[in-house]
Design a protein around this ligand. Structure first.
Ligand code: NPG
Length: 366
């Protein structure tokens, strides 16, 4: 499969409501799409880097730069699936950019082969249960209204974003209002330190599925210490950028659950390695989200259908974030989304919608 060229396309996607986390507020998603063109097929992928380096060191201008300057020129002319990772390995970091390039090549190859990404990865489910991530709100009544709407839509699990000053009260209120049966978890995005251990232990009373990334991303040892001070299972997100990190975290006892985000770990092949390792070690994994458009969402659904993904992921319906998605929208059915079955990621952008949100395109001949 000879690559003719690669398009880097920037699109601006307004969010239906602002999304606030402990590190910032998103109102519009600045997305970098990668399109790999070959004589026989095109492959699509979405780079999940955010506009600013607040979630991780990557940011979308930086991702575009490293792609055009280093990663695309390093690609072999006819890369097989594993050759992409090998060719990009000498370049440190930039996993979100690498993931986008590898996924676009993989999509093109799978389209030529007529195989779905889900089948390629070894998925065994045809639909996945969906969770929703609920941002930090201005007030508890506003939060309860938002959660009520998501529960009415059928979401199977609710994740509340927390930070110091917005933790016990919102969790207590949601638990009291929606009862013991609601699958509920929290995500701190690294907003606490080990000095907060006794405060975080007060969350143990609320039967949470897990607390995600309570401490700094490079603080695995302290996560292991925290795990001895709270009974809520610790899930790591930002700390896990590779299967090696996952092995270290498991060995240290720093987590008992892992949020797998393909962009954060450098792609779907690395995601599957983490899945396999966690499964062999008896840890649950679930598929995270980065406010993807339908392009990234489709691929995440394939991953979330692997057998070790035993907890609902942040695989929401398209309308959770976008009034009009760039692909046909993913719509919840009975709290689930269908796993795409078509070749590759199984979806294509809708040309006129894509054009309407496009801010720039850049063609790189390979
Ligand atoms: O549903 O796609 C989604 C978003 C889920 O909360 C979510 N993502 O830390 O996991 C996270 C968080 C995030 C959002 C991270 C924006 C980075 C940017």
């Amino acid at each position: 499969m000879k690559i003719t060229g690669i398009e880097l396309r920037r699109i601006a996607m307004p969010l239906v409501t602002p999304f606030r986390t402990s590190f910032g507020v998103e109102t519009e998603r600045d997305v970098l799409l990668v399109r790999v063109v070959t004589p026989d097929a095109e492959g699509w992928a979405e780079c999940v880097a955010m506009s600013e380096p607040l979630y991780s060191p990557e940011y979308v201008d930086g991702a575009a730069d490293v792609l055009r300057r280093f990663l695309i020129p390093a690609l072999p002319a006819c890369p097989d699936v594993h050759a992409v990772g090998r060719a990009l390995r000498p370049f440190k970091g930039h996993r979100m950019a690498k993931a986008a390039l590898e996924t676009a090549v993989l999509d093109a190859r799978l389209r030529v082969a007529g195989q779905s990404l889900a089948a390629f990865l070894g998925a065994d489910a045809d639909r996945v249960p969906c969770g929703v991530s609920v941002g930090i709100m201005g007030s508890v009544p506003d939060l309860l209204d938002a959660v009520e709407g998501y529960v009415a839509e059928g979401y199977r699990r609710v994740k509340l974003k927390i930070e110091p000053g917005w933790d016990l009260a919102p969790v207590r209120a949601v638990r009291e209002r929606f009862g013991e049966d609601l699958l509920l978890q929290v995500d701190a995005n690294a907003a606490y330190t080990l000095a907060d251990a006794s405060h975080l232990a007060r969350l143990d009373a609320y039967g949470l599925l897990l607390i995600e990334q309570p401490l700094a991303h490079d603080d695995m040892v302290q996560h292991a210490r925290l795990a001895t001070r709270i009974t809520t299972p610790i899930c790591l997100d930002e700390s896990i950028e590779s299967a090696e990190h996952a092995a270290a975290a498991i060995g240290l006892g720093a987590c008992s659950v892992i949020n797998v985000k393909p962009g954060r770990v450098g792609g779907y092949l690395e995601s599957r390695r983490i899945h396999d390792l966690a499964r062999a070690s008896g840890l649950a994994v679930w598929c995270g989200g980065m406010l993807e458009t339908g392009i990234g969402r489709a691929a995440n659904l394939a991953l979330a259908a692997l057998p070790g993904f035993t907890l609902p992921g942040d695989t929401s319906g398209s309308h959770r974030y976008y009034a009009t998605d760039i692909t046909p929208p993913f719509v919840l059915q009975d709290g689930h989304l269908p796993v795409p079955t078509g070749p590759g990621i199984g979806v294509d952008p809708v040309a006129d919608v894509l054009d309407a949100v496009t801010v720039s395109t850049e063609w790189i001949t390979v």
